[in-house]
Design a protein around this ligand. Sequence first.
Ligand code: CUA
Length: 174
Amino acid sequence: MQSLAVQITIAVSLVVVACFVWVLLNSKGVAPWEQIAKPAYQARSFLFFVAIAAGIAISFFTLVPWPHDANAAAVTRQIDAKARQWAWELSDDKAQVGEVIEFRVSAEDVNHGFALYDPDKRIVAQIQAMPGFVNKVRHRFVRPGIYQILCLEYCGVAHHAMVAEIIVGAATSN
Ligand code: CUA
């Protein structure tokens, strides 16, 4: 009886060993799933760089027309805007279409708010006017007309009277 068990064990063991040998002899090639996955990995690498390139391009082209116009080289002129209770003192009140004006905004007494409105009374630039600081805000004038500067920070009884005008003329060839 024991010799029969030994013989069966040896036979089964030989079958198991034969299976291992068969797998070993047939495992030198590339597994089928790797062949399927290879193009997918290549596509993933390609799409990764496409996504990076697209992100840079989209960021670049959508940030250029930013209202604040961060490109300092584009500034054609500066206008000083001093706020006090209750008036604006501008170093100039005229501009031309196409100009990029950098407003250098400060205050002589308390905090005020510098807000630039286009001829349709839509706000196009805004910054705080603070004593002891010169805050800069840039605007590219694209339409002629009368722009207004209003105070956006409540600064006393005549806060509403802080109105100044900038007359923007059509572009001239000079
Ligand atoms: Cu100045 Cu409100």
